[in-house]
Design a protein around this ligand. Structure first.
Ligand SMILES: [Zn+2]
Length: 109
C-alpha cells in the first residue's frame, strides 16, 4: 500500500480516486473521515491520503495523477462551479474546491 496523493480537500482526493479506479487501479483512502479541526494542523499526516492497493500500480497511478492535474485536454473546456464560482479545469467532473458536480449544460460548450 503506497500513498500517491494527499490533499486537505476530500473532494480532490475522491476525484483522483475515481480517475485511478476508472483506469483499473485498486485504491484505498486513508484518513477519509477527518474533521476540520484536525485538518488545520500544519502536518499533512491527517489529511485524506489516496493509496494504491498494489504497489506495482504506483508508477502508473502517479503518471495518471500528474497527467490529470497538469494537463487539461483541449476538448474539455474549463467550467465554472455553480455553487462556489470556482473555475475548474475541464478534466474534473466535480469542483475541486467544494465538491459540487459539474453542471451538465457546460459539457457541450
Ligand atoms: Zn465549487
Amino acid at each position: 500500500m503506497k500513498a500517491v496523493f494527499t490533499d486537505r480537500e476530500p473532494a480532490r482526493v475522491g476525484y483522483f480516486q475515481s480517475v485511478l479506479e476508472n483506469a483499473g487501479i485498486l485504491t484505498y483512502v486513508r484518513n477519509q473521515v477527518t474533521n476540520t479541526t484536525v485538518a488545520e494542523m500544519p502536518s499533512g499526516i491527517f489529511f485524506p491520503s489516496l493509496c494504491v492497493v498494489n504497489d506495482e500500480d504506483y508508477d502508473r497511478a502517479i503518471a495518471l495523477i500528474i497527467e490529470v492535474r497538469d494537463g487539461t485536454p483541449a476538448d474539455l473546456p474549463e467550467w465554472t462551479c455553480a455553487s462556489c464560482s470556482e473555475a475548474v479545469p475541464g478534466g474534473f467532473d466535480i469542483c475541486w474546491k467544494c465538491g459540487a458536480e459539474r453542471p451538465v449544460q457546460n459539457i457541450d460548450v
